[in-house]
Design a protein around this ligand. Structure first.
Ligand SMILES: Nc1nc2c(ncn2[C@@H]2O[C@H](COP(=O)(O)OP(=O)(O)OP(=O)(O)O)[C@@H](O)[C@H]2O)c(=O)[nH]1
Length: 299
């Protein structure tokens, strides 16, 4: 695939206190474009949350799990995962909500950003739909006094205000680069892995003992069509014994329905569309001890 000479691509991390809207922003940005990649961690050190494809560039959104935890944040130093991640990204988007005044938590994180001189820094004022114009203006002013930002963007991920603006502002700050991920790469494999993980998690909720090890999930198909706001997921949930099948399905299928609902709630933000989820429960006798079955189940 050819790209224009000033095509830009690189890594971006959103940081900020818990609840300021980082995940919602990530989902809104990733969901808005055709090519979606999953948040399957590439390594334990760096988790790719999503890839945003624009005509003039590509944003690879990188997660910083440690930054989400106030206890880590208020600790003496950021944990090493965050250190490593933020040390490598091209741009850090510092998020503060429009509907709360800047507090010590925000200031603390802002100060930490000094440790990452390589990254360009952008301030993002989130949730402007939830604040008055005057409050937004006040917040922009307050944020601008924190440091010399490359850009300050007010937006609302929920109301989809200024999402394109923030994407282009971020892309402008990335290095000129070929595409890091081909846009036609829908990363089916990664998406499949993540989706099966969600289903397994949902199936395990509330069950005890040996069942956890007896569960495996495979994905037959993920059907995503441009002309439809619905993604179809066809999954199989393998157990080892008939009795386990009963546990998973529950009385009149009630438990399986709940599993499906929990899993869908996780998958939908990932794919940015509604999800039709079919889970078929199957028995693969003693699959854990059978190398052939293990292979088939992706182990
Ligand atoms: N009104 C409004 N609410 C928002 C917006 N973005 C996020 N929220 C809400 O704010 C809450 C927190 O959003 P998250 O995206 O989970 O925040 P986060 O920063 O990722 O939080 P952590 O995962 O805890 O770090 C949720 O209830 C969102 O629905 C927005 O643009 N407008």
């Amino acid at each position: 695939m050819t790209t224009s000479p000033d095509y830009r691509a690189g890594f971006v991390s959103f940081v900020g206190r818990p609840n300021v809207g980082k995940s919602t922003l990530t989902n809104a940005l990733v969901g808005e474009k055709v090519a979606i990649t999953s948040s399957k961690p590439q390594t334990t050190r760096r988790a790719i949350r999503g890839i945003v494809h624009h005509a003039n560039g590509q944003l690879v959104l990188v997660d910083t799990p440690g930054m989400h935890r106030p206890r880590t944040l208020l600790g003496e130093r950021l944990n090493s995962v965050v250190q490593d991640t933020l040390g490598e990204v091209d741009v850090i988007g510092f998020c503060v909500p429009a509907d709360e005044k800047l507090g010590p938590g925000d200031r603390f994180i802002n100060e930490q950003l000094d440790s990452f001189p390589r990254a360009k820094k952008v301030a993002i004022v989130t949730k402007i739909d939830a604040a008055s114009k005057a409050a937004v203006a006040e917040q922009l002013l307050a944020v601008s006094s924190l440091r010399d930002w490359e850009a300050i963007v007010p937006l609302s991920a929920v109301s989809r205000i200024q999402l394109d603006t923030v994407a282009s502002e971020l892309i402008k700050l990335l290095p000129v680069s070929p595409q890091l991920y081909p846009s036609e790469q829908v990363t089916e494999e990664l998406l499949e892995d993540r989706v099966s993980e969600f289903i397994r998690e949902a199936a395990l909720e509330g069950v005890q003992d040996e069942l956890p090890h007896s569960l495996a999930v495979t994905i037959d198909d993920i059907v995503e069509r441009d002309d439809r706001e619905l993604v179809e997921v066809y999954a199989n949930l393998f157990v080892e014994r008939d009795s386990q099948k009963g546990i998973i399905i529950g009385h009149k299928g009630q438990r399986l329905r709940e599993v499906g609902e929990r899993a869908r709630a996780q998958i939908e933000p990932l794919v940015g569309k509604q999800v039709f989820l079919s889970i078929r429960v199957k028995v693969a006798k003693d699959w854990q001890r059978d190398p052939k079955q293990l292979g088939r189940l992706g182990f």
